[in-house]
Unconditional design. Structure first.
Length: 538
């Protein structure tokens, strides 16, 4: 089988270094002979042997691992050919990541490719690195899906369990194990059923282990050419793998480096199969496509009671009788098989057409939803002149509300100041006597106190202006329409009780009064200016 050819005769990375090894020598014997040649100078001086001691120890380790690698490859090949084979034991001081062929494969690479779960577990007990890569950057997990051995032995779930931690690793071309499984990337044989088997196992395990977002990212990973696993499956015409990937919502709108999307490749495949008529067989015994139905009818009639029309009774030889009794049923059976293959192909085309229609319907639905959303947004837009007018009216209303609030606050402040002044004037006699008795020091303290109070008043007025602006901004977010009653109650709260009762009739006068106060407000832009003068005169 082709898989065996791939594993036959690997060139060892260590051991015999000569390329002209005789045909009658095995790889293992060549390794031993090379070791004997290496020690031909054993009669040299003792000092020379001491200098070579470390090199000899290294050579011994290489020899032991080379022999183990050769025995392991022989074990794999014999077990593949269903011949008696004994699994070799690892050498002393075993290094599980030792390279055993020219492509930098380790024993774990080979065991994974052969689907030998016992050897994989043994190497794992020796702490073999599951993320080790060969010359193409392939992990043992990737090698396991490039051949049919795990599929034939049905050992892939166990192999995947040991190697699953490298599911997101990439080779030198940026491919993941999903890319490899979709097309059995570097294998010599491609089996659609085997590839679908690997892909289903990997994707099911990913869905059980990963979050939906992480699973989607890994499913849509692009290699160095920008191809996803769905791209590669479509390029290989791997319809089973295409259905497996689409069934798990693989993205079809990702473009590769050439700008080609997976859905374009799938539609092209469906179009080619639809346009291509029934292919004429290269066999000389295949029926003509235009005469297939009449031929089948003729053979069907020949199997019944009208044999005289198909086979004339003039045949007298034994050969003619043999053709009539034995060959004719075989030909009819072959025609039935051919008709069945045509029917199977028709079913496959019908499924492909249904899938294409589903993709088209989904795309059209998404496009219609996008158009409807755009239309809804455009309907909500106002013309520029209307929008400018609304903004102007909103700014005017905001300014009017701010003026009203500032006026109301000013009235409250004046009322408080008048009350305080009345209280001070009532206590003026005692305060004056104390001031007169204190002399100049008391007057200086009074000025300092007034200055401190003026500064405090300035700070409080600044906070009041800021609070008024925040209050107006908050009111602007409330809206109009059904909340007009709330604004009316707000205005009544800002006015005296008598003025609040006639608010509706005096609304115009109130607006004019606030506009007159606008100039005063502009003069009072510096916070607390007017109040500071007033405070100083107290």
């Amino acid at each position: 089988m082709p898989v065996v050819e791939e594993y036959e005769g690997p060139e060892p990375a260590v051991g015999g270094g000569e390329e002209d090894t005789p045909d009658n020598l095995t790889v293992a014997s060549a390794s031993f002979m090379a070791e004997d040649d290496r020690f031909e100078g054993g009669h040299a001086a003792a000092g020379h042997r001491k200098r070579k001691r470390e090199e000899q120890m290294q050579d011994l380790t290489e020899q032991q691992h080379a022999v183990y690698g050769d025995e392991l490859l022989d074990y794999f090949l014999l077990s593949r050919n269903e011949q008696p084979a004994v699994k070799p034991d690892p050498p002393p001081n075993f290094q599980p990541n030792w390279l055993i062929d020219a492509e930098n494969h380790t024993a774990l690479h080979w065991a994974s490719a052969m689907g030998d779960i016992d050897v994989i577990k043994q190497l794992r007990r020796f702490s073999a690195d599951v993320s080790v890569k060969n010359i193409r950057g392939e992990t043992p997990f990737m090698r396991s899906v490039n051949f049919t051995n795990c599929y034939e032995k049905q050992s892939f779930p166990a192999v995947m369990k040991e190697l699953f931690e490298t599911v997101d690793a990439r080779d030198t071309q940026g491919c993941t194990v999903i890319h490899h499984a979709a097309i059995m990337k570097n294998g010599r044989v491609y089996s659609p059923s085997c590839s679908r088997y690997y892909l289903d196992n990997i994707l099911n395990r990913l869905q059980e282990t990963f979050e939906p977002a992480a699973f989607q990212r890994l499913l849509d990973v692009q290699d160095s050419d920008g191809n996803t696993a769905l791209h590669l499956a479509a390029q290989r015409n791997a319809r089973k793998c295409i259905r497996a990937l689409l069934g798990r919502n693989a993205s079809t709108d990702i473009a590769n480096n050439e700008g080609v999307r997976a859905e374009d490749l799938i539609m092209e495949l469906n179009a080619v199969k639809k346009d291509r008529g029934p292919q004429r067989s290269s066999s000389p015994f295949a029926p003509d496509s235009h005469k297939q139905a009449p031929s089948c009818d003729a053979f069907a009639d020949g199997g019944g009671g009208s044999k005289s029309r198909k086979w004339p009774p003039s045949f007298q030889s034994a050969a003619a009788t043999t053709v009539q009794s034995r060959i004719s049923p075989l030909i009819i059976e072959k025609f039935q098989d051919l008709a069945q293959s045509y029917d199977d192909e028709w079913r496959e085309k019908d499924l492909a057409e249904m899938e294409a229609k589903r993709l088209l319907a989904n795309t059209q639905a998404e496009l219609a939803a996008a158009h409807q959303q755009m239309a809804d947004l455009e309907a909500q837009l106002e013309p520029d002149d209307v929008a400018a007018k609304i903004i102007s009216e909103a700014n005017l209303a905001k300014h009017q509300v701010l003026s009203l609030i500032m006026h109301q606050n000013k009235l409250h402040i004046h009322q408080i100041v008048e009350t305080e002044m009345s209280r001070l004037n009532g206590d003026g006699g005692g305060g004056g006597a104390a001031a007169a008795g204190g002399g100049g020091d008391a007057q200086e303290d009074t000025y300092k106190e007034r200055l401190a109070l003026a500064r405090q008043l300035n700070h409080m007025l600044a906070e009041q202006r800021e609070a008024e602006l925040e209050y107006v901004d908050a009111l602007s977010m409330v809206g109009v329409g059904d909340k007009i009653e709330k604004y009316r109650r707000l205005l009544k709260l800002c006015l005296d009780p008598k003025d609040g009762e006639i608010l509706d009739s005096n609304l115009d006068n109130l607006i004019e009064m606030m506009e007159e106060e606008k100039d005063v407000h502009d003069m009072d832009e510096q916070p607390g200016g007017e109040r500071m003068d007033f405070a100083v005169t107290i």
